[in-house]
Design a protein around this ligand. Structure first.
Ligand code: HSE
Length: 440
């Protein structure tokens, strides 16, 4: 006779419905695979009248979480409502009611990790959160257990499916940012507030969680230097392609001798690196470990079913006691580890791409070159394009690539350029990823 495990889901949106679908429709296959009978006993939603794609058995759907918390046959509560405050309150209530928790809530885990994990320890319960980072890819499990033999020196991830989808389709189909974003929302990739996707916040949440596990130090969200994709234009993507690069919103944690560096930024990835081939809503993570060397993980990072795949794996892991053992024994969670020591901002060294809007007048290029030279920046290539035929403004894009240089020097040069006669707007600056050599 299979063990029966009662499950309650908080939230019945894209992911909640996908989890319910698997639990209901694949129950027999899940039982055959795991020896567990996973019984969906409660789903809590705010709006009970909204049309949904999954039909639940009678008496499962309600608007009242207390019913789920007081049901002694529900052992696992799955939090899928997202957001911070209400989710925190519900997770605390579930733990206090003696439930183990599975969550996909990256915003909560990144903003209040110590509070959430210690609440679970105080209650003698555990929290599993594979689905909070990179959708279906089992990256938390892989980094925490599979790569336990390694000192992890660097993690570079494409962690936001919406941004990757936007960057891919803008270039492939030559369509505007706004049009592609609307598609990403329709396909269920984007957050309820898509600003969190495009301004880099969602990637920063995931990076703070992943990096904390990878480097076994507590990585605070406010130490992630974040830049989103909102200033990237189709021109930049096309220029990058001509230079042999693909633009990705890259979330990186790098261990250096002088401290850890956490960044989220649009980055030009050389075409030869596997991260460059990751397109559409897919996520991928390159991990550089002391024993393993380079390990690469790839899969769907957004959408209902891929995320549900990770949620169900956490449910099974919790049901068989693995999640609890990992939670208790493997010291890698921010409530047990010291704060990371961080590298001073601006010390990272990389090649950079610059696009500068310049009035096509005598001396313009000279002034740009002088601003770069004044910061000790060596130009690798420089191209001034013809102005568009119908342009009355005579503003031309000037594309510069630099030799490796500290970020602080680039930032100073960009600030100086905004005051130069003939430079129009703020130059766009995109670092170039150098892969494994970035690791130390
Ligand atoms: N909005 C997120 C993304 C969903 O686009 O990656 C998965 O966390």
């Amino acid at each position: 006779m299979a063990d029966r495990i009662g499950i309650g889901i908080l939230g019945f949106g894209t992911v909640g419905q996908a989890v319910a679908r698997i639990l209901l429709e694949d129950a027999a296959a899940m039982e055959a695979r795991t020896g567990l009978r996973l019984e969906l006993r409660h789903v809590v939603a705010r709006d009970l009248t909204k049309p949904r794609e999954v039909t639940l058995p009678d008496d499962v759907l309600s608007a009242d979480p207390a019913r789920m918390f007081s049901d002694c046959e529900t052992q696992i509560v799955v939090e899928l409502i997202g957001g911070v405050d209400r989710a925190k309150e519900l997770i605390r209530a579930a733990l206090q009611a003696g439930k183990d928790v599975v969550t996909a809530n990256k915003a909560l885990l990144a903003t209040a990790p110590r509070e959430i994990f210690s609440a679970a320890r105080t209650a003698g319960r555990c929290i599993a959160f594979e689905a909070s980072v990179a959708g279906c890819i089992p990256i938390i499990e892989s980094v925490r257990r599979g790569l336990v033999a390694n000192r992890i020196d660097a993690v570079h991830g494409i962690l936001n499916g919406t941004c990757n989808y936007i960057l891919t389709r803008m270039l492939d189909d030559g369509i505007s940012y706004a049009e592609v974003l609307a598609d990403a929302q329709r396909l269920g990739y984007a957050e309820a507030d898509p600003t969190l996707d495009v301004d880099g916040t969602d990637s920063a949440h995931k990076l703070a969680i992943l990096a904390s596990i990878a480097v076994r130090q507590s990585c605070e969200l406010d130490r992630v230097q974040v830049e989103g994709i909102t200033n990237i234009e189709l021109n930049d993507l096309a220029e990058g392609r001509d230079l042999g690069y693909v633009c990705k919103l890259l979330a990186s944690a790098r261990r250096h001798d002088d401290g850890l560096e956490l960044t989220v930024a649009p980055t030009f990835v050389p075409r030869e690196h596997p991260l460059a081939a990751v397109s559409g809503p897919f996520n991928a993570i390159s991990v550089y470990g002391s024993a393993a060397g380079h390990a690469f993980f790839y899969g769907r990072g957004a959408g209902g079913m891929p995320t549900a795949s990770a949620v169900i794996s956490d449910i099974v892991d919790t049901a068989i006691g693995n999640a609890r053992r990992t939670f208790e024994q493997l010291v890698a969670l921010p409530d047990q580890t010291p704060s990371a020591k961080y590298r001073t901002t601006g010390e990272s060294i990389a090649r950079h791409y610059l696009r500068i809007g310049l009035l096509d007048r005598p001396g313009g290029i000279g002034r740009i070159a002088a601003a770069l030279g004044a910061e000790g920046i060596s130009i690798a290539t420089i191209t001034q394009h013809e102005p568009p035929r119908d342009s009355a403004t005579h503003v031309v894009p000037v594309i510069v690539t630099t030799h490796p240089v500290k970020r602080i020097a680039i930032d100073r040069a960009v600030a100086a350029m905004t005051t130069i006669k003939g430079v129009v707007g703020r130059p766009v600056c995109i670092p170039v990823f150098t892969g494994e050599t970035d690791a130390k």
